[in-house]
Design a protein around this ligand. Structure first.
Ligand code: HSE
Length: 388
């Protein structure tokens, strides 16, 4: 079976390396026939091309791996591949989260598959496991640490008291971070992964612009120290819950008690949990980023497609509505000055900063408080007291 790889960065080169240095007999049937690189870049291998039409018009290529990242031209190239009757396997969360319904519909129309295990939680077989759980159960909720870069940063700040900027630079060196690490530290990468997971878990395409997203850009060493004092540790969490034909989702830092499983997830590792009606709570843990774990997930999809194990599992026409009044949580808002609001149970000064505790708020109420905090201090930080 011949495949093409679009992009030869961390993930694309990982896929190529695993397939060409194969140790499993199953991989012997897969041949990387072409690799698309950017125009003007040196063609280091004879199979490298710089024109997408060389790939989509090649009748021998049955499957295209999209590992370019970013929205454009990935969006156009995925559509071209699908409309030319090629299966597509992508690791690109950003393009998928915004266009999953269109891509899925196009795949069905053209009798091919779109698979994206590598897009969410890297090497962890998360998408496949949610699909499997859903064969029997209604999945009512999922949550987890879905970004390796921010977990690496938070772990380094907690364990070695490193500065945010130093820890981020190291995560970039290790190949965990996005080309523009804003997507990691502002929570957007997790948001993309929540949308993709909702599609599988809830069998519905949700609107990425409807739910809130708070990252860790403004975290300060003193925040880490404040929560350590409370025997808690900060983790960036993406989560979604389903309530009938409504859902709630958000991305935000959570303060976990040190005995929670999430609290023990170190370095760039990910953990993600699903809650099913008969299976109960299932946790999946492993490498959520990096060259070989992500490439491994891409190749699992390729093998499933070629062995005809893949099915269509998303009803792209099914919509569920966002409702941010369903659950209630406890939050802490940190600013550089004391704020007043009847929703605050306590305002605690700590090393020149103010920690405002507010309990039992809906997401809507929490968003209101975050707006107030943002007006007073642009570098405010908001966190949820984890109750998982
Ligand atoms: N930048 C992402 C992360 C890569 O750090 O998790 C894997 O999706």
């Amino acid at each position: 079976m011949k495949i093409a790889i679009l992009g030869f960065g961390t993930v694309g080169s990982g896929v190529y390396d695993i397939i060409t240095n194969q140790t499993s007999p199953l991989l012997a049937n897969i041949k990387v026939a072409k690799i698309l690189i950017r125009k003007g870049k040196e063609k280091k291998l004879p199979i490298m091309v710089d024109d997408i039409t060389d790939i989509v018009n090649d009748p021998e290529i049955a499957l295209v791996v999209e590992s370019m990242g970013g929205l454009h031209p990935a969006y156009e190239y995925i559509k071209l591949a699908l409309t030319h009757g090629k299966h597509v396997v992508t690791a690109n969360k950003a393009v998928l989260a915004r266009n999953i319904a269109e891509f899925e519909a196009l795949a069905k129309e053209n009798g091919v598959f779109l698979s994206f295990e590598a897009s969410t939680a890297g090497g962890i077989p998360w998408i496949a496991s949610v699909e499997k759980a859903r064969r029997i159960d209604a999945v009512s909720r999922f949550y987890g640490i879905l970004n390796g870069t921010t977990n690496y940063i938070l772990d380094s700040m907690d364990e070695r008291e490193e500065d945010f900027a130093d820890a981020l630079a190291k995560a970039q060196e290790l190949g965990y971070a996005e080309a523009d690490p804003s997507a990691d530290i502002d929570g957007v990468d997790v948001k993309n992964k929540v949308v993709i997971s909702c599609a599988i878990a809830f069998n519905s395409v949700v609107d990425i612009d409807s739910f809130p997203c708070f990252g860790i850009r403004n975290i300060d060493k003193r925040d880490i120290a404040y929560f350590k004092r409370e025997n808690r540790i900060v983790k960036l969490i993406g989560e979604a819950s389903r309530f009938g034909d409504k859902y709630e989702a958000f991305v935000m830092p959570n303060a976990f008690t040190r005995d929670a499983m999430e609290a023990t997830v170190r370095r760039n590792l990910n953990i993600v949990t699903l809650c099913g009606s008969t299976i109960g709570e299932l946790k999946f843990y492993g490498q959520g980023a990096g060259k070989f774990p992500t490439a491994n997930a891409v190749i699992q999809d390729i093998l499933d497609i070629f062995s005809e194990k893949t099915e269509y599992t998303i009803d792209v026409k099914r919509k569920i509505d966002y409702d941010d009044t369903q659950s209630k949580n406890n939050y802490v808002l940190r600013t550089d000055r004391a704020l007043t609001n009847p929703l605050f149970r306590a305002v605690i000064p700590f090393e020149g900063l103010y920690y405002h505790h507010a309990d039992g708020l809906t997401i809507r109420e929490m968003r209101g408080l975050a707006e107030q905090a943002g007006e007073a201090d642009k570098r405010f930080f908001i966190i949820k007291q984890a109750d998982f």
